[in-house]
Design a protein around this ligand. Structure first.
Ligand code: NAP
Length: 325
């Protein structure tokens, strides 16, 4: 990008904001949810919706959420691929993704808050035995279960990033004990943090998966992991379906070792009608809605990164392609 030029005018010079050409390329997100807000915030810039792009050479920023395969490779002067989503596993798996162009992921305060609420609601459902009372109600059974204090329970978070950290903060405020797993060592107030997965598994009566899906984390929720957790514990997967070995989870639920599973994401989505999770009494499932991108809070994040491209500054929330997140 050219830096800020100036226009000579009698007696003074005015800085020029070079216009940026931006393409919106998503097979899932609707441009109507995003472009009016973006155009209001950046009235001098030019927005295009793929494939309606008059000059491919002019495009500097691509806003993407599952872009059509090969689209990004046709933009020779791209300075930033900006994901509309927090998870970039699908984007990185696209073999046609151009090398060398920085990728930024969305870190959206609205989505972070929504995810923390989802974690709380599932943890409380399990902690207060609501999943059991729902089953009893369907059979007109009047039976109380033992009450526990939140401080009797340890919640283990796999992933202590933007989502895991906020979920931990909210859980701590309810009085739960919290431990967590991350790739690099962390010091977070009130949270026992480990890089050794086994340390987290053996403490966690509730295990919450908030990891990115990478070659290292695929299948992390498997039979060996469940066996290390305490009896009658619970698993919450709200990250990606590929984190769970589905057959192993069914085995751990059927044996009674796991009391319940809350699942939002699946290896195949939409979950096929014949899949055993739909009817399993040990499963509560939702249709990949644990946290949705919220354009009202996400657009300012996009605007900040577009301004950074305009100024030639490094964008925020860059993805480490080698690490896969
Ligand atoms: P993030 O900020 O990048 O944090 C990822 C965390 O996972 C970090 O703490 C990281 O460790 C840890 N991690 C990564 N690889 C690891 C490994 N091999 N071993 C141990 N820890 C590892 O990500 P985020 O914003 O919290 O989002 C997490 C994921 O949630 C996204 O990638 C997405 O797939 C999923 N998600 C799902 C929904 C939904 O609706 N279901 C919505 C939004 C996001 P370090 O801290 O050491 O890097």
């Amino acid at each position: 990008m050219a830096g800020n030029a100036t226009i000579a005018a009698p007696g003074r010079s005015l800085p020029v904001r070079p216009a940026v050409d931006i393409v919106f390329a998503s097979q899932i997100e609707s441009p109507e949810s995003w472009l009016p807000r973006l155009r209001d915030a950046l009235p001098g810039d030019r927005f295009h919706v793929w494939p309606d792009v008059p000059d491919l050479q002019a495009v500097r920023v691509a806003l993407v959420g599952e872009p059509p395969a090969g689209a990004l490779g046709t933009l020779p002067n791209l300075k930033l691929i900006q994901s509309l989503w927090m998870g970039v596993d699908g984007l990185l798996a696209d073999a046609t993704l151009p090398c060398g162009v920085p990728i930024a992921r969305m870190v959206d305060a609205g989505m972070v808050a929504a995810m923390a609420e989802t974690v709380l609601v599932h943890v409380l459902d399990w902690h207060r035995h609501l999943y059991r009372y729902r089953a009893h109600q369907s059979e007109s059974i009047w039976r109380r279960h033992r009450q526990y204090l939140a401080s009797d329970r340890t919640v283990g978070l796999l992933g202590l990033g933007a989502l895991g950290h906020e979920a931990a903060r909210r859980l701590l405020s309810f009085g739960f004990k919290v431990c967590g797993w991350s790739r690099r060592p962390k010091r977070l107030e009130g949270i026992e943090s480990f890089t050794d997965l086994d340390e987290v598994l053996r403490r966690s009566q509730v295990l919450v998966c908030l990891l990115p899906l990478t070659a290292q984390t695929r299948g992390v929720l498997n039979a060996a992991a469940f066996a290390k957790m305490p009896e009658h514990s619970c698993v919450i997967n709200i990250a990606r379906g590929g984190h769970v070995v589905e057959r192993d989870l069914l085995g751990a639920l059927d044996s009674g070792h796991l009391a319940h599973a809350y699942l939002d994401v699946f290896e195949t989505e939409p979950l096929p009608a014949a899949h055993p999770f739909w009817r399993h009494p040990g499963v509560t499932l939702t249709p990949h809605c644990a946290a949705l991108t919220e354009p009202r809070t996400a657009v300012p994040v996009l605007v900040e990164n577009i301004e950074r491209v305009r100024r030639g500054d490094p964008p925020l929330n860059l993805v480490d392609r080698a690490a896969g997140y």
